[in-house]
Ligand binder design. Structure first.
Ligand code: SF4
Length: 424
């Protein structure tokens, strides 16, 4: 989500006549696109903003701007101005369309400080903004913004507002244009794509209509929520060969007690039911997840439930992480676990997931998979890399001219979750 917002910001800057530089001391404008989902990310960004002070001293004309969801927190714009008086612009995620005029006002009218941070429930965030896409073969497309769920550990609904779905007409027009430009992969984005709704149009209908657009392309989407997951989506994936057999379905915990405390509004049993339905209808599907440990009051039994769910589902990959309290959320006020307990548990989760990913890699040996070549391999000279439709990374001999092309690769070896092969 933030990567795609950065593409929109870059698009605005290109229109304003700016170009990017690797040398920060030569910059005329520095923008921080912030994220406050984790406390550590916020501390990190505040440190980075502080580091710019000396650059502003050396170049008084330097424009420093801060945008993103961190600024949407109550009182944050004023705090930033007080703490870092050299900041010129503070805008919220709903106000990106004002970035261009804010920068012009600073440049031309020598205004000192512009802040506009407010929730706008009607804003179609940034849809009319120019986009400078930087994500290679994949193009991100927002289908909705915000979240209505209020998981007790998460600050997103407070800083990104309530759910707003884009009109199917706008989404389809954007996707058609991207395919015409030659993008071979489209990823639909939303905090909770399963609750996409525009008049009578739901996510499965949108997915199906996009998949039917002419052209050779792959379609992915994220993120799904087990509470809202709709069987119709599985049927659409099964009937449309260009929708990738890859579903990211965050479970967070395998314990019903913890899921309730998290306000996730599904049970372990319901989650497993969805997994069984997906596996039954989509053979070879890659299911990935987010798994948290160390949530307040998580007991050894709760943790054992998470481990047993991982062993039962066997995710092809999982983003395992330790709960860390986020100020302003309900869970931050609950009784916290000692750091050592959290550390021991995350070490165990990582170990289990690595083993499962590695075991599942062996299933691919000897098979031929269609791969979309995404990039030159950063680790293996003379090789390129790309993904199976199930989301597995594959490395194979090839040159940069293959990037963006679909190739058939025979998988010959596997190392942990990474696969290696050759084009046939
Ligand atoms: S679904 Fe829950 S975790 Fe995801 S963005 Fe919404 S509140 Fe946060």
């Amino acid at each position: 989500m933030n990567v795609h917002e950065s593409e929109k910001i870059a698009g605005i800057f290109v229109e304003l006549g700016y170009s990017s530089t690797d040398k920060v001391e030569e910059a005329d404008l520095i923008l921080f696109n912030t994220c406050c989902i984790r406390d550590t990310a916020e501390k990190h960004i505040l440190g980075n903003i502080g580091d710019v002070k000396c650059l502003k001293k050396a170049n008084p004309n330097l424009i420093v701007a801060v945008v993103g969801c961190m600024t949407q927190q109550k009182g944050m714009a004023e705090n930033l101005k007080k703490k870092f008086p050299f900041i010129s612009v503070v805008l919220g995620t709903d106000n990106l369309s004002e970035l261009s005029s804010a920068i012009r006002s600073i440049e031309e009218k020598n205004k000192r400080f512009i802040a506009d941070v407010h929730d706008d429930p009607n804003v179609d965030v940034g849809c009319a903004l120019p986009i400078h896409r930087t994500s290679g073969t994949n193009a991100w497309v927002n289908i909705m913004y915000g979240c209505n769920n209020f998981c007790t550990y998460c600050i997103v609904p407070f800083v990104r507002g309530r759910e707003r779905s884009r009109s199917p007409k706008d989404v389809l027009a954007e996707v058609r244009s991207l395919i015409a430009q030659g993008y071979p992969e489209i990823t639909l984005l939303g905090q909770n794509v399963d609750s996409y709704r525009y008049e009578n149009y739901d996510f499965s209908a949108l997915l199906q209509e996009i998949a039917q657009i002419d052209g050779k392309f792959r379609l992915r989407f994220m993120t799904s929520h087990p509470k809202d997951f709709d069987s119709k989506v599985i049927d659409v994936i099964a009937s449309c060969p260009n929708i990738c057999n890859n579903i990211h379905l965050p479970v967070q915990s395998g314990s019903n007690r913890v899921l309730k405390l998290m306000n996730r509004r599904y049970t372990r049993e319901r989650y497993l039911e969805i997994i069984d339905e997906i596996r039954g209808k989509l053979p070879g599907v890659g299911i990935t997840s987010d798994i948290m440990t160390g949530f307040p009051t998580e007991t050894d039994e709760d943790f054992a439930d998470t481990v047993s769910l991982m062993e039962r589902v066997r995710f092809s990959n999982a983003f395992t992480f330790v709960y860390s309290p986020r100020k302003g959320t309900v869970a931050a006020e609950m009784e916290q676990l000692p750091a050592k307990v959290k550390q021991d548990r995350i070490t165990e989760l990582v170990r289990i997931q690595n083993r499962i990913s590695s075991e599942l890699s062996n299933v691919y040996l000897g098979k031929t998979e269609e791969i979309l070549t995404e990039d030159v391999s950063p680790k293996h000279e003379g090789c390129v890399c790309g993904r199976t439709e199930s989301g597995r990374l594959v490395t194979y001999p090839g040159q940069a001219d293959l990037v963006g092309k679909f190739v058939n690769v025979k998988i010959e070896s596997a190392r942990s979750s990474a696969l290696f092969g050759r084009i046939i």
